[in-house]
Design a binder for this molecule. Structure first.
Ligand SMILES: Nc1ncnc2c1ncn2[C@@H]1O[C@H](COP(=O)(O)OP(=O)(O)OP(=O)(O)O)[C@@H](O)[C@H]1O
Ligand SMILES: [Mg+2]
Length: 348
């Protein structure tokens, strides 16, 4: 006799086109029913690429027809255009209990390395704190956790009476980082399940207390590792960082596609390294300018703001005193505070 579990198990063999993850683990399968040798499956996806749905449908039908005891198969793939706001209700976490105490969990991601994700995460966290919000920061970068340095935090978490990890804090921002668990400069060779377990503990076994925002700094890239993280953490939305040049905008598209795959709404795009002003006041658009805003428009996503290149931003990061803390009224600090305001508005 064909069971619902048979159908679900069979669907694990269907990979999301272009990924090594299967459609079940992406949470696309919404309903499965079986009756007397007939199997019916309903799926929901938000991908913008119109080729994805028919591919998934055909492949699902193929694996289901191959099951013993199946005489009829019905696969329905509902495709939603656009990433927002309807996608909100589709979050794979929408039926789950929110983490008590954490009002908003927002990821900062980018397809490319070195575009300023960690710089944005750190300054955004401090800027939200500057706006009176209670903020935590979760550094999920397993390969190069840089946030403890940028936040000037070198003590490790302590353990509470309830055996939870108590995150160290600085500038009013609580921090958990993979860096706290690594020994010195040892490279990390972790397998996926270990990463997922650790991140789950970062959410569940850490005494975050009451937070208005928990920001999550994702490692560079939009591959399986990042997707898994997006599914492990019950995200309310994602912010994508890019630099202005065309070469980096592919990043935005990949970032958007990644969030769509796990039904996480895109809260907006930030353009970093927008331009540079020389000491004599001349504006130089090193990587071009405006690509982030244009792409946001094209993607029907919010543009949250731009951050010019300031030597102070880099120096502050190296010193462990983010610009937003060191000089909130100066242009570099103000750039991040404006983005924090835009993000906060987007979520209220
Ligand atoms: N607007 C800016 N002005 C000046 N320097 C910047 C700016 N944004 C980032 N930087 C510097 O660029 C470097 C890379 O930034 P950062 O580490 O934040 O990028 P990332 O995207 O997190 O990198 P990774 O992909 O390695 O995690 C850092 O030295 C940072 O100080
Ligand atoms: Mg980083």
């Amino acid at each position: 006799m064909l069971t619902e579990d048979d159908v679900k198990n069979a669907l694990k063999a269907v990979k999301y086109p272009g990924y090594s993850r299967d459609i079940l683990s992406f949470g696309l399968v919404k309903q499965v029913a079986v009756n007397d040798g007939a199997g019916s499956v309903s799926m929901q996806l938000t991908a913008s690429n119109p080729e994805v749905a028919p591919q998934i449908k055909a492949e699902s039908e193929r694996v289901l027809h191959a099951l013993p005891g199946v005489n009829r198969v019905h696969v329905e793939v509902n495709q939603q255009g656009g990433a927002q706001p309807a996608a909100r209700t589709q979050s794979p976490w929408s039926n789950q209990h929110k983490v008590p105490g954490l009002r908003r969990i927002v990821a900062v991601a980018s397809g490319k390395g070195g575009v300023g994700k960690s710089t944005l995460s750190v300054n955004l966290a401090c800027a939200l704190n500057h706006l009176g919000k209670r903020v935590g920061l979760l550094d999920c970068d397993i390969y190069g956790p840089s946030i403890p340095l940028m936040m000037g935090i070198n003590q490790r978490p302590t353990i509470s009476a309830e055996e939870k990890m108590v995150p160290p804090a600085n500038y009013g921002v609580k921090l958990m980082s993979m860096g706290f668990l690594l020994e010195g400069d040892q490279p990390v060779i972790w397998r996926g399940p270990m990463i997922v377990k650790t991140i789950q503990q970062f959410i569940g076994a850490v005494e975050w207390g009451e937070l208005d925002f928990l920001l999550v700094d994702l490692p560079p890239g939009t591959g399986d590792a990042q997707l898994t993280l997006c599914q492990t953490v019950p995200l309310d939305g994602g912010v994508i960082v890019t630099t202005p040049q065309e070469a980096s905008l592919g990043v935005v598209r990949k970032g958007i596609a990644m969030f769509q795959k796990v039904n996480v709404p895109i809260l907006g795009i930030v353009e970093n390294m927008s331009y540079y002003t020389t000491p004599s006041g001349q504006r130089v658009e090193i990587f071009g300018h405006g690509g982030g805003r244009a792409e946001a428009q094209r993607q029907n996503a919010s543009f949250l703001g731009e951050v010019p290149i300031f030597t102070e931003i880099r120096e502050a990061g190296d010193r462990g005193v983010p610009v937003v803390v060191a000089a909130p009224q100066q242009p570099p600090g103000q750039a991040f505070i404006k983005i924090a305001e835009a993000l906060n508005q987007r979520l209220t």
